[in-house]
Write a protein that binds this ligand. Structure first.
Ligand SMILES: Cc1cc2nc3c(=O)[nH]c(=O)nc-3n(C[C@H](O)[C@H](O)[C@H](O)COP(=O)(O)OP(=O)(O)OC[C@H]3O[C@@H](n4cnc5c(N)ncnc54)[C@H](O)[C@@H]3O)c2cc1C
Length: 324
């Protein structure tokens, strides 16, 4: 057991009844001897908003080893920060995750929502995931197919597993994915030649693009986009007011910009002084200092009510909300 205060990217004051750190497979297996009535698995809490007291056990994986387990497969401990893995891959000429540069968080959380950015999803390089199954109380290796990856989803959202390590099949050949429009535009603006592009250059291009619009949680407490972009039936509402801020999808659906929806209602919303929205990205809620869970939840509810009242559109909260 360690300190009972919990670090979290939104920097709310959060404590828990018990915190367990998992350092090895043996530690994971020792979980079977515990009566875990309520538990919460945490990485770096960059995608979570947690109430001030968690009346249960917080489980954190501290395994951080990077091992080359065969010529093609690299196994990485769940507790390693995602950024460190990016640097390791660039230094060791292992390719495939450059576009995921600067996504905050841990390696263990990456498969949970199948993190993605700039046209690449982490599932494209995952071979298998080693985890402790809370139901069978065994350590199991789930193949990529068993992980059931899809857009921002996987089997791990069922909460049945504690991810201990992730096995990656990185490419030995650099085959960059630069199809994403804002990435292409950046490379053009900076006169970076596509043919001589290196993985380090691609990673720093992504870093520059992200830094120009997203605040680092280390400097400004935040959990990224606070609402998901809603997907609606195209004929269900008059969408003219979102011209330029909506994208047609197959099967008569339309994706709407949550940022734009938010901007249209902000004038009527009372924001407490401890909270605000980042000036370069209207979907990023920031803690200006001293914010408390209740204020965050009330503010998000006010926005949801306003958007629903005006347009009949449901805004879904993106990070996981853990109430007490
Ligand atoms: C500024 C900013 C930008 C972001 N940009 C992106 C982006 O571009 N693309 C994207 O996909 N995401 C993005 N995110 C979201 C976030 O970075 C990812 O969801 C990240 O993977 C969360 O990692 P974490 O370690 O902080 O996980 P946490 O927030 O601690 O946990 C997230 C979820 O994973 C579970 N979990 C964590 N570790 C484990 C484990 N070892 N075993 C089982 N379950 C576990 C938790 O229970 C929880 O359900 C962004 C967040 C921020 C703050």
């Amino acid at each position: 057991m360690t300190n009972l205060l919990i670090d979290n990217a939104f920097q709310l004051e959060v404590a828990a009844k018990q915190i367990i750190s998992i350092e090895s497979l043996e530690d994971a297996l020792s979980l079977r001897e515990l009566q875990l009535d309520s538990y919460l698995v945490l990485g770096s809490a960059t995608n979570m908003i947690v109430d001030k007291f968690y009346d249960g056990t917080i489980i954190k994986v501290s395994m951080r080893e990077i091992e080359q387990i065969s010529e093609d497969i690299t196994s990485v401990g769940a507790g390693l920060s995602w950024d460190k893995l990016i640097s390791y891959c660039i230094d060791n000429k292992l390719f495939g995750i450059e576009n995921l540069t600067l996504i905050p968080g841990s390696v263990g959380a990456a498969p949970v929502q199948n993190i993605g950015a700039y046209g690449v999803e982490v599932s494209s390089v995952i071979e298998s995931v080693t985890c402790y199954n809370f139901s069978t109380k065994q350590v199991e290796i789930l193949s990529k197919a068993e992980c059931k990856f899809s857009y921002r989803q996987s089997i791990f959202q069922s909460k049945a597993y504690l991810i201990l390590s992730v096995q990656f099949r990185f490419s030995k050949v650099f085959n960059p994915n630069i199809s994403y429009p804002s990435l292409l535009q950046f490379l053009e603006q900076e006169s970076i030649n596509h043919d001589s592009l290196s993985s380090r250059q691609l990673s720093s291009a992504i870093q520059s693009i992200r830094e120009s619009k997203l605040p680092s949680p280390d400097k400004i407490p935040n959990v990224g986009s606070i609402f998901k972009n809603p997907i609606v039936n195209s004929d269900s509402i008059d969408l003219d007011f979102l011209s330029g801020h909506r994208w047609e999808l197959p099967e008569g659906k339309t994706k709407l910009s949550a940022a734009r929806l938010l901007e249209t209602v902000m004038a009527g919303i009372k924001i407490p002084p401890s909270l605000g929205f980042y000036e370069k990205h209207s979907l990023v809620l920031i803690n200006r200092g001293g914010a408390v869970f209740k204020e965050v939840i009330e503010l998000l509810k006010d926005i949801q009510d306003e958007v629903h009242g005006l347009y009949g559109i449901n805004l879904e909260i993106e990070p996981e909300i853990v109430g007490s």
